[in-house]
Design a protein around this ligand. Structure first.
Ligand code: 5AD
Ligand code: SF4
Length: 445
């Protein structure tokens, strides 16, 4: 009888992509996917270490896996991904029910490891590689609109708050031909959108080719309707990138530009390599070069030593850029990182208070940006039924805003023209104008 596996994924899109890769490896070996944790032969969790909260969730989950192992001692339990690296000792000493610990560069070994598990020994491999990019392995994707395509792995930036360079190792890029081949296959499999992924997507480099060259090649894949990418580092956003975005209609008009903080002293302490002034000028340049662009960001509050005045500088940048959306986080101290050694940590109360003020401001800006498009006709990819009403579609604009509109004469995966009637909360409400993209789309009427 076939062996079945169950997999749970925590963390960023890179982990979602890695889990699809892992599933590809397992399915090729004849294992079958199970959605029932209580009957699966192999239970795996793909973990995230970026904040304390993400790790805590996995620990709780492992407690539940432990109960299953007591009832079914033959089940295999695997901890994969970013927590494997720095928790391997804890896992081995305190969680003996965990059979397999594999870091992000060891997934190729899974078939051999599952065969060896007959020997009932714990298997640990958290070695990081300078070369592994999983070229020539094909992810097993769920059917849908968007295919995640990993283009580079690791990070060499060493922002002082971030654990990623320690859990995922050094930066390395895939070959352009291999990426284009994977994208072509995804289109043949029915995907209409791809999101190119990397911890530092615009550090992509192979030979003399850089990220804008890759985008240019991917944009020419026949039948590919939309391309997104995440996350770029502001330091490496240049006019070539903006030019290639402007040149191809299928490269979405949206950019995720992680700010992290607004004060020059904090940015320096974070090792972010840009200043407040540079960031604001870059955002202006992006809005000037790409009319109608959506800009989203990541911001951390309460980095060690952050004063109220320095926090206000982050709010200054927010006022200036008026991000379309933002992911906001309380600083979480991470092992191995430089910032963990700083002695001037900020109290939880202060962090919480700053976070709440920031979220309130961001809600105003999201509404401001959404109101700007009221009255225009935008091209919207129909993605799914609205959660609120079975009579409505939910779709995304090129600039990454959700739009709800009545279900008439359109189907999932189609790009349609929608007149935006009103902005409410984080979404837009509109009505279908006509099918297909035309020249009027994205212009104010
Ligand atoms: N604490 C809080 N947020 C963090 N991030 C990364 N490391 C930390 C940390 N130690 C945030 C950054 C990054 C996003 C993916 O997670 O904002 O851009
Ligand atoms: Fe972490 Fe900075 Fe690298 Fe992003 S660029 S993964 S925040 S070290």
């Amino acid at each position: 009888m076939s062996v079945s596996y169950y997999i749970e994924t925590y963390g960023c899109q890179m982990n979602v992509a890695d889990s699809e890769l892992i599933e590809g490896v397992l399915k090729e070996q004849g294992l079958i996917l199970s959605h029932d944790i209580n009957t699966a032969d192999v239970i795996m969790v793909n973990t995230c270490a970026v904040r304390d909260h993400a790790e805590a969730k996995v620990h709780t989950r492992l407690g539940q896996f432990h109960k299953i192992k007591r009832q079914r001692p033959d089940v295999l339990i695997g901890v994969l991904g970013c927590m494997a690296q720095h928790l391997k000792n804890d896992l081995l000493e305190n969680k003996p029910y965990v059979d397999i610990v594999l870091g992000p560069d060891s997934y190729r070994r899974l078939p051999e490891i599952l065969r060896r598990k007959q020997e009932k020994k714990h298997i640990v491999d958290t070695k990081l590689s300078k070369y592994e990019v999983y070229d020539n392995l094909f992810p097993s994707r769920k059917e849908g609109i968007n295919a995640w395509v990993s283009i580079m792995r690791g990070c060499d930036k060493f922002c002082t708050f971030c654990i990623v360079p320690f859990t995922r190792g050094r930066e390395r890029s895939r070959r352009i031909e291999s990426i284009v081949h994977e994208v072509t296959k995804a289109v043949a499999d029915g995907f209409v959108e791809v999101t190119l992924l990397g911890q530092n997507v615009n550090s992509f480099k192979t030979g003399d080719k850089q990220f804008p060259d890759l985008l240019d090649s991917v944009a020419q894949v026949p039948g590919l309707q939309r391309i997104r990418y995440t996350s770029p580092h502001p330091q490496d956003v240049d006019s070539e990138l903006l030019d290639v975005m402007a040149k191809h209609k299928n490269i979405c008009n949206s950019i995720h530009l992680p700010l992290q903080a607004g004060s020059d002293r904090i940015l320096k302490r974070m090792n972010r390599t840009y200043t407040k002034k540079h960031f604001m000028a870059l955002a202006d340049q992006i809005r000037n070069n790409l009319p109608g662009v959506g800009i989203s960001t990541d911001i951390i509050v309460g980095f060690p030593g952050e004063t109220e005045a320095e926090f206000q500088e982050t709010l200054d940048v927010m006022h200036h850029v008026k991000f379309d959306s933002a992911f906001t986080f309380k600083y979480s101290s991470r092992p191995h990182t430089k910032a963990a050694e700083y002695t001037d940590h900020i109290s939880e109360d202060v962090k919480q208070n700053r976070l709440e003020r920031m979220i309130t401001l961001q809600k105003e800006h999201t509404l401001f940006r959404n109101q700007e498009v009221v009255g225009s006709v935008l091209s919207v990819m129909v993605e799914k039924e609205s959660k609120r009403s079975t009579d409505q579609w939910a779709g995304r604009t090129d600039s990454n805003k959700w739009v709800l509109f009545d279900k008439v004469n359109a189907s999932v995966k189609e790009i349609v023209s929608v007149k935006i009637n009103r902005a409410h909360g984080v979404s837009l409400h509109g009505s279908l104008v006509n099918k297909g993209v035309n020249d009027e789309v994205d212009k104010n009427i």
